[in-house]
Design a protein around this ligand. Structure first.
Ligand code: SF4
Length: 330
C-alpha cells in the first residue's frame, strides 16, 4: 500500500518582470508512489528540481513557487488527502503524518532555546500535552531509543557539533512517529565519518518505526547504501525509476549511466566520466527529451518528442527512446 502518491505534479516558479511572465519549470509532470516502509532515494544534479519537489511534498509552496497542476496524496485516518486541495488539513498532517529533515539543522533548531525547549514546543502544539515531566520523559525515551546522549537536551544548538545537531534534527522530526520522513540533503556538508553516523541513525529509525523515508541527495553513494528504490530526476522530469539493483547494475537512461560511472570505486584509478555539458535552464528547457543536448545517443526524434516514462522490466521505468524501441518490438 502506498504512503504517498504524486500524480502529474507541475510546480513552477512564476515571476513577472516589466509585465513579462517568466516560468521556471522546476517540476514538470512528475508522477510516482512511495510505499509504506520503503526507502526511496531521489537523485540528480543541482537544479534538477529535486528540492522543489520536496518542498511541494510538505506543502511549502510560497510565491514565486506555484503548483499549477497535479495532486499530492497522503493517507490519513483511512482517507486519501490531497494536500494541494485540503489545505486546512496540512497543519494536522505535518509532524504526525509526514515530517521534514532539512539540510541545515539551524533552520529548525531555535538558537536561543535549549534543545529540550524546541521539543516541548512541538509536543505542546501537536499533542496538546502541557505537563513538562511527561514531555521530558517522552523525549528522553525517544533519545534513548535512538542511542542519542540525554545531555544534549540541556544544550543550546551552537554548543553541539554539526553532526550532533543533524541527529537532533532527525530526532525532532521523528518524535511524533510520522508515517513519512522527507529528508533533503540530510548528509550533505557533513564529513564522511559523521555522514555514516547520520545514515545509520536514519536506517535505525526506519527499521524500528517501519515508516517511509524519502531521501533527496545528489550523492549516489548514499543512495546505494540506503535506498530500496531510486528516482532519477533531470531538468524537472523523472527520467528513470527502479530498485537500487536496477539502477546500479542495469542503468538504462544515458544520464543515469553517467551518474553511476562518475562514482569512485576502490582500486579503480581510471579517470571518471562526468556528464558532458551543463544542466539546461528550466526557464526555457530543451524541446523533446530535455537531455538531448548532452546525450551522445540523441536521435532526430529526441529533439522533437518528449519520451514517456515506460516500464521496461518489472518496476523499472525509463524515459528514453533507446528503450522505447525495445518495448515497441515486443
Ligand atoms: Fe538520449 Fe534520446 Fe534517450 Fe533522450 S531520449 S536520453 S536524447 S537517446
Amino acid at each position: 500500500m502506498y504512503a504517498l502518491k504524486v500524480e502529474n505534479l507541475k510546480a513552477y516558479y512564476i515571476t513577472s518582470l516589466y509585465g513579462i511572465e517568466r516560468k521556471v519549470r522546476a517540476v514538470d509532470n512528475v508522477s510516482f508512489q512511495v510505499m509504506e516502509n520503503e526507502i526511496l532515494g531521489i537523485a540528480g544534479e543541482s537544479g534538477c528540481g529535486k528540492s522543489t519537489l520536496l518542498k511541494t511534498l510538505i506543502g511549502l509552496i510560497k510565491p514565486p513557487l506555484s503548483v499549477i497542476g497535479g495532486g499530492i496524496y497522503y493517507k490519513y485516518n483511512g482517507r486519501e488527502i490531497d494536500i494541494l486541495k485540503d489545505i486546512n488539513v496540512l497543519k494536522e498532517l505535518k509532524w504526525r503524518v509526514f515530517s521534514y529533515v532539512p539540510q541545515g539543522s539551524m533552520s529548525v533548531l531555535n538558537p536561543t532555546r535549549k534543545i529540550i525547549n524546541t521539543f516541548e514546543d512541538v509536543i505542546k502544539v501537536h499533542l496538546n500535552i502541557t505537563n513538562s515531566d511527561v514531555i521530558r520523559n517522552m523525549v528522553g525515551d525517544h533519545f534513548k531509543s535512538l542511542g542519542l546522549p540525554l545531555e544534549v537536551l540541556n544544550s543550546f544548538p551552537h554548543q553541539l557539533s554539526g553532526g550532533m545537531r543533524q541527529r537532533v534534527t532527525i530526532a525532532l522530526s521523528t518524535i511524533l512517529k510520522p508515517k513519512v520522513i522527507i529528508a533533503d540533503e540530510a548528509t550533505t556538508a557533513l564529513d564522511v565519518v559523521v555522514q555514516r553516523g547520520v545514515i545509520q541513525l536514519l536506517k535505525r529509525i526506519q527499521s524500528e518505526f517501519k515508516n517511509t523515508l524519502i531521501m533527496v541527495t545528489h550523492d549516489m553513494g548514499v543512495h546505494a547504501n540506503m535506498a530500496d528504490r531510486i528516482i532519477i530526476m533531470y531538468a524537472g522530469k523523472l527520467v528513470e525509476i527502479g530498485s537500487v539493483k536496477d539502477i546500479f547494475k542495469n542503468p538504462l537512461h544515458p544520464y543515469t549511466k553517467y551518474l553511476i560511472e562518475s562514482l569512485p570505486k576502490i582500486g579503480d584509478k581510471t579517470l571518471k566520466k562526468s556528464v558532458p555539458g551543463a544542466p539546461p535552464s528550466l526557464l526555457d528547457p530543451p524541446s523533446g527529451c530535455r537531455f538531448h543536448p548532452r546525450c551522445p545517443y540523441a536521435m532526430k526524434e529526441c529533439k522533437e518528442i518528449v519520451p514517456d516514462l515506460v516500464e521496461v522490466e518489472s518496476g523499472h521505468k525509463v524515459a528514453c527512446f533507446l528503450h522505447r524501441k525495445e518495448v515497441d518490438k515486443t
